[in-house]
Structures are given as C-alpha cells and as structure tokens.
Write a protein that binds this ligand. Structure first.
Ligand SMILES: *Cc1c(COP(=O)(O)O)cnc(C)c1O
Length: 391
C-alpha cells in the first residue's frame, strides 16, 4: 500500500481524486455503526438518520445558495450528470417535444456518453458547440444555437483535463431568457470555485465529494425548483422521488462536511496552492523545450497545470514519472496502452501528435513547495529520456 505520507512518493493528481479530510471522516464514522438507522423508518433510529440527512441537505443548500428541496443526493458526480441530462432530456421531450441536446466538445464522459446514448437509442440530436484553443465556450455561440426544441444545454464549469473555467453565469443567463434548462458539471469546479447556483444562473448543477476531500461514491445534484425532470431509477420515494434507494447517511454527512470546509477554507487553500502552481507552470515552460501550456492561462482552476510536450509519448512519461515516485495524469481518463490522444485537446485544435504528449499536474492542500521543487528537478530529465526513447 502506498501512503500519501510516504516521503518517497509525491501525489500530484488531485483532479483525479483527493484523500478524505480526517475531520470529514470523523464526522462520518458514527453513522456506520452507532447511528445506523434507515431514514425512512418511523422509530427513533430512523428519525436520527433523517435528522442527519436533512441537516446535511440544509448545509449543502446553504453552500449552493438554494433551497434544501433543490438538493438531491446521488452516488457520484457521474450519476448527477446522468440524472440531470437524461432526466431533463426526457422531460423536455414529453412536455414540449424538445429533441436537441446542446453540449460542448470538452465535457466529461459522464456528460458526453450520456448524450451519445440518448442520441443512439432515443433519437435525440446532439449539437456540439465550438470551443477556442483554450477549450473555452463563447456564450455568443450558445445564444446563436438556442432553439425552441433545445431540450437541455450542458456546459462544463471547470475542465478536468485542461483546467479551463467557463463563463457559466453568462451562458446561464442566455438559457434562462429562452427558458431552456441549463446544466453545468461542477464536479471539478466545486473544489475551488463558487457554486452559488443563483449567481451561476443554472437549473442543474452536479458535484461529487471525492474531488474536494470527501469520500468517493457520493454526489449531489442541484435541481432548480420547477425544472421538468424525470427520475432515471425507479423505486422508493427518497430524494423527492428522483433518486430511490436507502440513503447512504455517512457518505451524505461526509459530502456536506467536505463541501463546508471547501467553501470555508477556499481562500486559504487557494493562497497556499496558487503560487506553487504558477511557479510550476513558469518553470516548466521556461526550462523544457517544446513545452506548451494547455487550457486557459488565466481562466483556469487554481490547482491545475497541464502541458503538452513535443516528441513525447504521454503514457511513457507518466510511467517514468511513477518510477521516480510522482503520481500525475495525462489529463484524460485513458489508461496506458490507449494511443488515442485526448478528445478535449483535439477539440481545442491541438495537432494529434502534440496531443499525445500531454501531462496534467494537479496540486492539493497537502502539496508542499519542496515537493514541487523535487518535481521540477526530475521533469526535465524524464522528458529528455522519453524523447530519446521515442526518437
Ligand atoms: C470526476 C469528474 C466527474 C465524475 O465524478 P465521479 O464522482 O467520479 O463519478 C464528472 N465530471 C468531472 C468534470 C469530473 O472531474
């Protein structure tokens, strides 16, 4: 087992997942054993669970600036994306014969593959928005494409691969004008950016706890009151009939606690991480020949650095970094052996050979300046070695 505290290992993949904050774990623990009731039960065990559930819901609602009955707990960020898009698409078709799904080409697979399946099996039409070289959506392009029969618009808030932050508030305002439901995948964004649903002008917003120091396997979906949506699973009446299944109270408590700390400590966390991230980007671009930043230089997640390197195989680079004790990512979820470059980079206009040489380095609350120095010491040597092998 590899520990985060292992001095020979340095974890720089916080966009993939984060460790559970010990304070979050502590808040969760009683609900596994002592207070184990089913929130649907009438007796005091059930009431206990119900109280924990509803106070978690109130806390999340306050942090998302919405009403508690607009918060639905799900099993993960992916499920939230699925419920938002499937649920709203089918409701839009049934209530107003809308058939079009408008998304960006740089969405997470939980959005893209959901839309693709709706197109393939249920005859929805997908329209992909253009993005610029940073993977940014221009709100004007959304405005131009909104139609009477647009069932739903979904645009990622902060990109997991390249860190670019979209102008969700402006896009949301345009969708509101046309009365088209607007979803944003805020799974990555929620760790560091405001998820104020009113300010963002969203109807649907997805989050997942494990991206902000909560447990894996728990997410939430904000659904603005009055948004037409169908459940995608059927069963009990939990979560206002939109998501059946006995509540996972410890994880729900964990999500609420983790989000609370993320918001409360945001400024402190950003203040710790951002200077190291900026230093890292500056040094890489200066000292590694043929290196380029991917994603937006300014409108990007504060913990996120991502690059492409000329003449480098991204997978080989990751493996060599791992041997040196550094855990990074290529940015996409592709496992080694898949030579296909990231669709996100290609959509942003990156040439294919350059896109295969991608590297994502994401920092977290436990990252230290010393770790970054060690990384900066190793990276030029490793890229050089990978280039020698592949030439
Ligand atoms: C991680 C992630 C997801 C999926 O969330 P899970 O909780 O892992 O299912 C969806 N969208 C984005 C942008 C992500 O970063």
């Amino acid at each position: 087992m590899i520990l985060l505290t292992d001095k020979s290992k340095i974890y720089l993949d916080y966009a993939a997942t984060t460790p559970v904050d010990p304070r979050v774990l502590e808040a969760m623990l009683p609900y596994f054993s002592d207070s184990f009731g089913n929130s649907s039960s009438v007796h005091s065990y059930g009431q206990d669970a119900e109280n924990a559930l509803e106070s978690a819901r109130e806390s999340v609602a306050a942090l998302l600036n919405c009403h508690p009955n607009e918060v639905i707990f799900t099993s993960c960020g992916s499920e939230s994306d699925n419920l938002a898009i499937r649920g709203a698409a089918f409701a839009a078709r049934n209530t107003r014969q809308a058939n079009k799904i408008l998304i960006s080409p740089v969405e997470h697979h939980a959005v893209t593959n959901t839309a693709q399946q709706l197109a393939k099996l249920h005859n929805f039409n997908i329209e992909f928005l253009p993005v610029d070289e940073y993977g940014l959506v221009d709100p004007a392009d959304v405005k131009e494409r909104l139609r009477q029969d647009t069932a739903i618009v979904s645009i990622i808030y902060a990109n997991n691969e390249i860190g670019t932050i979209n102008n969700i508030s402006a896009i949301g305002a345009l969708c509101q004008e046309r009365n088209v439901p607007f979803h944003t995948d805020a799974v990555q964004a929620a760790a560091y950016l405001s998820a104020d649903t009113k300010a963002l002008n969203v109807d649907l917003l997805s989050i997942g706890a494990h991206k902000f120091y909560g447990p894996k396997g728990i997410g939430a979906l904000y659904i603005k009151d009055g948004t037409p949506i169908y459940p995608m699973m059927t069963g009990g009446a939990q979560e206002f009939g939109l998501r059946p299944g006995t509540h996972n109270i410890p994880y729900i408590v964990g999500l609420a606690k983790a989000l609370e700390y993320a918001v409360e400590e945001r400024e402190h966390r950003v203040g710790h991480i951002l200077p190291m991230r900026d230093h890292l980007i500056g040094m890489v671009l200066e000292y590694i020949q043929g290196s380029y930043l991917t994603g937006h230089p300014i409108l990007r997640m504060p913990n996120h650095a991502s690059f492409v390197f000329e003449g480098v195989d991204g997978n080989a680079l990751l493996l060599m970094l791992d041997v040196e004790g550094f855990a990074c990512s290529s940015g996409s979820a592709c496992k080694t052996g898949d030579p296909e470059p990231s669709g996100v980079l290609l959509a942003a206009g990156m040439p294919k050979d350059l896109a295969t040489g991608s590297l994502r380095v994401t920092l977290g609350t436990k990252t230290t300046a010393e770790q970054i120095e060690r990384f900066l010491d190793i990276l030029p040597k490793v890229t050089k070695r990978v280039r020698q092998y592949s030439s």
